[in-house]
Design a protein around this ligand. Structure first.
Ligand SMILES: Cc1cc2nc3c(=O)[nH]c(=O)nc-3n(C[C@H](O)[C@H](O)[C@H](O)COP(=O)(O)OP(=O)(O)OC[C@H]3O[C@@H](n4cnc5c(N)ncnc54)[C@H](O)[C@@H]3O)c2cc1C
Length: 295
């Protein structure tokens, strides 16, 4: 299959890319790793008039330590992030999720920002960024703004980015802000898009004081499971109290089933997918608690 015709630009600088988006008549899109957009073009599911290729734009690919936050440039390749020592030490949840994004060949080209902007409902990065309470930085005609991950994903393939805006950076918390976390998914074959996935991020030092728990798969977007989070925050379990932790995991499993059933599900979601998401939430919580105990 061949893509429909489009005009193609390769700017070197971000302001130039923003100007091209603003001045382009019709539908203008940016091209990052092309791992989602190019198949959409070739299948004639997307008909942009203009493509603004970000691959030559300077200064969009980096991983930096900013104290309590790590800053990741939007054009950072998923594979580069996966092998980043800094992320491995300070945000291992992200590495855990990245290793499950498609196959290495896809991660070689696919970018962190591209996956987030594409907003597939079962993509790994939107799920973990929501659990990490990441900040997404967008630049556009009206300047720069920071969008919380929880407010970024509006619907399948739809984000809070306005026309003409480019996602330029993602900021994730650095350890010890996250004492322990876990990401789990289930897919039919390794490398396939997941049927469902879950992430759990714990808060607290010797005692559990809070948690962010996210399920993805059955709903339109990755969803925080607030009843599960409240249950965990109120539990007050200790880091070494394994009996209380076991009880909490069982309670979490029950609460997750009810919470997932209450999500606004998309038309194709099955009871199986909902049940699967609840099981994965329980597994993610169990694994996060085990990691917390070992820390
Ligand atoms: C066979 C196959 C299997 C895959 N399996 C998985 C999987 O299991 N899990 C998973 O999560 N993904 C999977 N993917 C998708 C892959 O992760 C893509 O890399 C990702 O979805 C898009 O990133 P990209 O950099 O390639 O973006 P592109 O394809 O270039 O762009 C995707 C969309 O995002 C927009 N965009 C890109 N960057 C920006 C930006 N900085 N600012 C604003 N808009 C932007 C583009 O305009 C486009 O609309 C798979 C892809 C393939 C081909």
């Amino acid at each position: 299959m061949k893509p429909p015709p489009f005009r193609y630009h390769t700017p070197r600088f971000l302001p130039e890319a923003l100007d091209l988006l603003r001045e382009s008549p019709g539908d203008a899109r940016v091209l990052a790793g092309g791992q989602s957009l190019v198949p959409l073009l070739n299948l004639r599911l997307a008909y942009p008039d203009v493509l603004v290729d970000l691959n030559q734009v300077e200064g969009l690919s980096y991983i930096r330590d900013d104290g309590d936050r790590l800053r990741i440039g939007a054009m950072t390749r998923q594979r580069e992030a996966e092998f980043s020592e800094l992320l491995g030490e300070r945000c291992p949840l992200l590495i855990e999720a990245l290793a499950q994004v498609g196959h290495p060949a896809i991660r070689n080209r696919g970018t962190i920002g591209g996956s987030l902007a594409h907003a597939d409902p079962v993509a790994e990065l939107p799920c973990v960024m929501t659990a990490l309470d990441a900040e997404l930085v967008a630049t556009g005609p009206d300047g720069e703004r920071v969008i919380a991950a929880g407010e970024f994903f509006l619907a399948p393939y739809e984000t809070a980015l306005s026309p003409g805006e480019i996602l330029v950076e993602v900021r994730v918390p650095s350890t010890p802000a996250v004492p322990a976390a876990s990401f789990v998914e289930f897919s039919r074959r390794h490398g396939d898009f997941a049927l469902a996935e879950a992430a759990a991020v714990l808060e607290g030092d010797g005692t559990l004081t809070g948690a962010r728990v996210v399920a993805a798969g059955p709903a339109w977007t990755p969803s925080r499971l607030e009843p599960v989070e409240r249950l965990m925050a109120a539990s007050g379990v200790g880091r070494t109290d394994s009996a209380a932790q076991r009880d909490l995991v069982e309670e979490t499993g029950r609460a997750a089933e009810a919470a997932v059933a209450g999500l606004a599900v998309h038309a194709d979601a099955t009871a199986y997918q909902q049940r699967l998401a609840a099981v994965l939430v329980k597994r993610a919580v169990l694994q996060a608690l085990e990691r917390w105990s070992r820390n």
